[in-house]
Ligand binder design. Structure first.
Ligand code: ZN
Length: 240
């Protein structure tokens, strides 16, 4: 059984469709969504409906929360703020309610999923180094946990100490825990513009981060046509 595990879609429909197609070609039969379905790009409603059709375990991200709520979003940067105010207008009350009801942490079979951190999932901190990972590992009760939020794919391993693997592929070993950032579907920030997601193969006990090309020009054109900040279009091709 192969799981396609993806998140940080950020309303980029072209990237989401490319990832789902690639996952299908790779033989994935199950899906998991790590949140931030909306925010930044031009197709929040379409992305939400596509994820909802998959009927898969999904957790809430900070942009989902921002789009679902009524708050002034002062804690977010100006780009995220303006995109979320626009996003609220694109979503129906029912769609926003669906986002609001998503859980912050879930267990799926033998693994855990969360958007940001396990130690304080609703505070939206970032796990970028071994010390951040250590805090999450203390609340990780399954061998594997998948997360997102930083938009940078990364595999942390914990045996006696925490190590950050640079590779994009790992075979699970007994007695070792894994905290795996699957990267971002719709707005990668590791300098590679291609959509990022992970495949967890339960039989092979392996996790692979995959990168997928998509029609980035189409996604950029839609962002500009929607009147969203042009920087949101430009950054897609920069991968940051
Ligand atoms: Zn995000």
């Amino acid at each position: 059984m192969k799981f396609a595990i993806f998140g940080d879609i950020h309303a980029n429909l072209e990237a989401l469709q490319a990832v789902l197609w690639d996952a299908h070609e790779q033989g994935c039969s199950h899906h998991v969504c790590l949140g931030d379905i909306v925010g930044y790009a031009a197709n929040p409603s379409e992305c939400l409906e596509l994820v909802r059709q998959l009927n898969c375990p999904t957790v809430r991200g900070n942009h989902d929360e921002g789009a679902a709520g009524e708050s002034a979003l002062e804690e977010l940067n100006p780009l995220a703020q303006s995109a979320l105010l626009w996003t609220r207008e694109q979503l129906s009350a029912e769609q926003r309610q669906w986002l609001r009801e998503l859980k912050l942490v879930r267990q799926v079979r033998d693994f855990t999923i969360v958007h940001a951190t396990l130690d304080s999932p609703g505070s939206w901190g970032y796990v970028t180094n071994r010390f951040d990972a250590m805090a999450s590992f203390s609340y990780q009760f399954t061998q594997v946990c998948f997360y997102g939020h930083t938009h940078v794919p990364r595999i942390f391993e914990k045996q006696e100490s925490v190590r950050a693997e640079r590779g994009t592929e790992v075979t699970l070993q007994r007695g070792v825990k894994y905290f795996v950032n699957v990267g971002s579907v719709g707005q990668p920030r590791d300098g590679d513009w291609r959509a990022s997601y992970a495949i967890y193969d339960l039989q092979a006990q392996s996790i692979i981060i995959r990168r997928v090309r998509y029609d980035v020009e189409a996604a950029q054109a839609k962002i500009l046509a929607a009147g969203l900040p042009s920087l949101l279009a430009e950054r897609l091709l920069l991968g940051k």
